[in-house]
Ligand binder design. Structure first.
Ligand code: SF4
Length: 235
């Protein structure tokens, strides 16, 4: 990406005065014992959807009625992107626009996510984007435990098929569900977590919808993106 284009994306992030520089190299260490206890390894190869290929998995999601969200959705939102991507971006659940269009991270939040990715040299088409939940909770309420538990095996199978080098959990709900913790987002940032028995490095940052409401936090999101970029450079 040329420097002019990158500057434009950084402008979109509200980081006009910033220049890219090499961040301190994060330690790509195993999860701390406390974190490991909070995030037990799951055998993603042995989950409910094991064996399904992309097409089969997409069909299962489209027909799913495992939780009550199936009654209120317009359509399921499976995920989008490069099925060979190194980066997997995981959000919480579809919003109104995503429910209408059948694609995750569209609308203003999606545009900001695109800008965030571009700022670290990634096009949306280079990554894979999905949510923990495939159906929209009415009124954009937080998903409940049953809904998340019923839907997570779909994401686990997506991860098993994708084999990403890094996962970026955006937003508190996604991070808490993926890491099985109730810690705050602030406590989960700037660390290398691990997901599943495949031990995929997982980094946590803010949801772009939150950043639109709270632009003062964009600087922290930018720090998280640089952190994640440095993590994957060492994988
Ligand atoms: S949210 Fe997930 S588990 Fe619930 S109906 Fe939709 S696809 Fe099925």
């Amino acid at each position: 990406m040329n420097s002019q284009l990158r500057r434009e994306y950084l402008d979109a992030l509200g980081l006009k005065a910033w220049t890219l520089r090499t961040a301190a190299t994060p330690a790509l260490a195993p999860a701390t014992p406390a974190l490991a206890a909070a995030t037990p390894a799951r055998d993603v190869s042995a989950t409910r959807e094991a064996g399904a290929d992309w097409d089969e998995l997409r069909a299962r999601v489209a027909a799913c009625t495992r939780c009550s969200l199936s009654a209120t959705r317009t359509q399921t939102v499976f995920g989008v992107g490069n099925p060979h991507a190194d980066w997997l971006i995981v959000g919480e659940a579809p919003g109104a626009e995503e429910d209408r269009r059948g694609e995750p991270f569209v609308g203003r939040a999606g545009q900001l996510l695109n800008s965030m990715l571009h700022a670290i040299g990634l096009a949306r088409e280079q990554v894979y984007i999905a949510n923990v939940l495939k159906c929209r909770p009415p009124g954009n309420r937080d998903p409940n435990l049953t809904e998340a538990a019923e839907c997570l095996p779909y994401l686990e199978r997506q991860i098993a098929l994708l084999k990403p080098k890094i996962m970026l959990a955006v937003g508190r709900i996604a991070a808490q569900n993926l890491l099985r913790t109730e810690k705050t987002l602030g406590a989960l940032r700037q660390q290398v977590h691990r997901f599943g028995v495949s031990n995929v490095p997982l980094v946590v940052t803010y949801h772009p919808a939150y950043l639109l409401r709270t632009p003062t936090e964009k600087r922290k999101a930018w720090e998280d993106l640089k952190f994640a970029r440095d993590v994957i450079s060492r994988v």
